[in-house]
Design a protein around this ligand. Sequence first.
Ligand SMILES: CC(C)(COP(=O)(O)OP(=O)(O)OC[C@H]1O[C@@H](n2cnc3c(N)ncnc32)[C@H](O)[C@@H]1OP(=O)(O)O)[C@@H](O)C(=O)NCCC(=O)NCCS
Length: 168
Amino acid sequence: MMKEKAVKETSITIAQVMLPQDTNPAGNVHGGVIMKLIDTAAAVVASRHARCNTVTASIDRLVFHHPVFVGDVLFLKACLNMVGKSSMEVGVRVEAENYLTGEVRHTASAYLTFVALDEKGRPKEVPGLIPETEAEKRRYQEALMRKKARLELRMKEDNCQNKGICMI
Ligand SMILES: CC(C)(COP(=O)(O)OP(=O)(O)OC[C@H]1O[C@@H](n2cnc3c(N)ncnc32)[C@H](O)[C@@H]1OP(=O)(O)O)[C@@H](O)C(=O)NCCC(=O)NCCS
């Protein structure tokens, strides 16, 4: 029996200054740069929880609420929301801070599902998660609902594929 872990044991914050190579000529940071950082932050959390190789299984809808500019400091706050048998949902909140004025903008939020793999690349059981605070308990319940919705969508997609129907 694996020892359960608390959310705080694996939560992280990454801070990164946005540089000219991250932006277009007008100084707007590319969405792909932020997406890579989101994936990296979430991977660190999932791997710290599972303590084995993990892969990104899916990333839910990602909306950029505000632009990020060269010179902004990007903060990525990542924590585990919920674990299944071998899968883990990680939530990442992205904030951009103007280091001159201190203004903070909520740039994006994303939910990513990682799967822990054994040495043969097969899904592997992960430790349980202990949500302690009210916010952690709420996020756990919301993540359970998202997992249910993802499974339903996956079944629908498989169904369409079997019937030769293209969904996109
Ligand atoms: C992710 C992957 C391991 C799932 O393999 P699979 O054979 O479909 O696994 P299973 O059907 O047994 O499902 C295993 C777990 O993954 C979850 N899962 C599978 N596909 C998923 C998806 N698209 N989104 C979210 N969760 C998913 C299942 O719900 C299950 O969770 P649980 O064990 O907590 O109940 C496999 O699809 C894979 O290797 N994909 C490539 C990953 C990759 O290369 N990522 C990018 C680079 S890191």
